[in-house]
Design a protein around this ligand. Structure first.
Ligand SMILES: CC(C)(COP(=O)(O)OP(=O)(O)OC[C@H]1O[C@@H](n2cnc3c(N)ncnc32)[C@H](O)[C@@H]1OP(=O)(O)O)[C@@H](O)C(=O)NCCC(=O)NCCS
Length: 333
């Protein structure tokens, strides 16, 4: 069986920069608190009526150009997001329309912070099995329209930002190169530790006046921060070691680790546990906050721009998030 390989990466971040001081004008928080707990200095917020598919389309165009692949030659579109433009249809279908292409399958993966790696695993399998030659995988999120920007919601609101990134995957004949393996996990008993409860299809009526007025805390994401933190610092190293073991490799073989950008303190603890030096771990949460499904490809874009990944390097990607879900991938660049 052949492997899959990342042929090109693209990105899009909105122009609007929101600093910690900006948030402190809306809620009882401070730059010092946010930086100390999360490392975040600023994040981007999208313009009104710009959705995940709009941002994803810009990222996709750049990824296609860099890959040297025409949009019409894409065989399948996988769109990772927890903030789809609309409840239905999939943002992947809206993206198709933005790109002016159609006919090929297009679907969303709703797996939160692990969404990009779930999408990578699916894309990789389609290519490995010879089903498709070129898969467009997008991660895009608009959080800013769905968070509680008051003191009540501060624990969650300060963490998240908007952004998008995309990769084009194609076939790789050399079994020692490209995506070496992907590892996916989930445990739904932790669903309510980090979730967005309403509006919900199971609720009758689905919408109430209270929800429409925005006075119910339940319409905003809710998180038990410390609980999530504790699980993240366990699951990240576990799933990274699983990937290394599957390939007969050691942490010291990793050239670059891109952890999902959940919290700089989580990334630092993971790096320390694996004894990875600072230069082998990439973080850009300082500038974008947690962009969920977009965070890994957005970081990959910046790693490549900075020339920090060379042919033959071992790239490790890892994620943890709501579900709980967690995942990893090893890529020989
Ligand atoms: C969210 C997180 C930064 C909070 O840090 P923490 O050290 O656990 O802080 P706590 O939740 O214990 O809160 C400590 C205090 O700060 C307050 N606080 C919470 N958010 C605040 C904010 N944005 N600004 C100022 N104070 C805040 C709390 O109300 C609490 O006050 P109290 O002691 O008077 O009750 C941290 O738990 C975390 O990063 N968790 C993981 C989050 C994550 O990665 N989520 C995405 C998963 S992919």
């Amino acid at each position: 069986m052949r492997n899959s390989r990342i042929l090109g990466v693209g990105h899009y971040v909105p122009d609007r920069v929101v600093t910690n001081d900006d948030l402190a004008t809306l809620m009882d928080t401070s730059d010092a608190w946010i930086q100390q707990r999360t490392g975040i200095q600023r994040r981007r917020y999208s313009d009104d009526w710009v959705g995940a598919a709009d941002m994803g389309a810009t990222a996709a165009r750049e990824a296609l150009e860099r890959a040297g692949v025409a949009a019409a030659d894409i065989d399948c579109i996988v769109f990772a997001t927890l903030s789809p433009d609309v409840d239905m249809p999939a943002s992947a279908c809206l993206l198709q329309d933005r790109l002016g292409i159609g006919g090929m399958p297009a679907f969303d993966v709703r797996n939160q912070c692990s969404g990009f790696l779930y999408g990578l695993a699916i894309s990789d399998k389609f290519i490995k099995t010879g089903t498709y030659d070129h898969v467009l995988l997008v991660g895009a999120e608009v959080h800013s329209t769905g968070i509680d920007l008051s003191t009540r919601g501060r624990e969650v609101a300060v963490i998240f930002g908007d952004g998008a990134a995309a990769v084009v995957l194609g076939p790789e004949a050399d079994p020692r190169r490209g995506v070496l393996s992907t590892h996916l996990h989930a445990d739904g008993k932790f669903a309510e530790k980090l979730w967005l409860e309403m509006p919900a299809s199971r609720a009758r009526p689905r919408l109430t006046e209270e929800l429409i007025a925005g006075t119910a805390a339940r319409i905003f994401p809710k998180m038990e921060g410390r609980y999530v933190f504790r699980h993240a610092v366990t699951r990240f190293p576990e799933v990274i070691r699983e990937a290394l073991d599957a390939n007969g490799l050691q942490p010291s073989d990793i050239s670059m680790l891109i952890p999902h950008q959940a919290n700089l303190r989580i990334s630092q603890m993971v790096a320390m546990g694996l004894e990875l030096p600072e230069e082998k771990v990439f973080n850009n949460i300082q500038n974008y906050g947690n962009t969920t499904a977009a965070s890994i490809p957005l970081a990959l874009y910046e790693v490549l721009e900075a020339g920090r990944l060379r042919e033959g390097d071992l790239l490790c990607l890892a994620a943890f998030g709501a579900g709980f879900t967690w995942a990893s991938a090893l890529v020989r660049w």
